[in-house]
Design a protein around this ligand. Structure first.
Ligand code: IMP
Length: 182
């Protein structure tokens, strides 16, 4: 097993680069069939999804567009709770086939809060594709259409995902080592 040290924590290899690449190609194959002749607009959520989105996009053989957005959350009033805003969402989604690309869905909170904003623009269809899903961690159920890997509720890094800014450049996905789980 290979390990990496990021800041104060050790991570063990969990998914190899080959395993990830195979899954990404598989997901792209499904999307090529689902969206044949439909020119979907992919919306990749930064920062974590940049590697997944870039690899997936290379496998698409259909006409497709892509935009990258960043979600920022801030505290609203007591009644509005947390407010999510999308930075960089300039496309008109009306009547478009939209596909959200996420690196990981953990509690589901981010997408749960963001999805109404997308629906408000009345896309023709809206699907969610995530590379990783921590099913056990779900607190806000959201309709995920395609999951690359369903993973345990343990912190992961690599392939775009970070631990306090580090680890995004790793080709593999690593899991927090048992000894470092608090
Ligand atoms: P959610 O709102 O709880 O679903 O969390 C989504 C966001 O939390 C993801 O887009 C990631 O940025 C971050 N996140 C959740 N779990 C992990 C992890 O294991 N490693 C790195 N980032 C994570």
């Amino acid at each position: 097993m290979t390990t990496v040290k990021l800041h104060d924590k050790t991570f063990d290899t969990y998914l190899s680069s080959e395993t990830i690449q195979q899954k990404v190609a598989e997901l792209a194959g499904i999307l090529n069939k689902e969206y044949a002749d439909r020119r979907p607009l992919f919306i990749a959520i930064l920062n974590g999804s940049f590697m997944f989105a870039s690899d997936l996009f290379k496998h698409l053989t259909i006409d497709a567009e892509i935009s990258f957005i960043k979600l920022a959350s801030y505290r609203g009033t007591k009644s509005t709770g947390r407010i999510i805003t999308a930075i960089g969402l300039e496309d008109d989604l009306f009547d478009r086939d939209v596909v959200i690309l996420e690196d990981i869905v953990d509690t589901g909170r981010t997408l749960h809060e963001f999805l109404p904003k997308l629906h408000h623009q009345q896309p023709k269809s809206l699907k969610i594709v995530t590379l990783l899903h921590k099913a056990e961690a779900t607190q806000f159920p959201i309709p995920i259409d395609h999951v690359g890997f369903s993973i345990p509720d343990k912190f992961v890094v690599g392939y775009g995902l970070d631990y306090d800014g580090l680890g995004r450049n790793l080709k593999e996905i690593y899991q927090l080592a048992e000894k470092d789980i608090e």
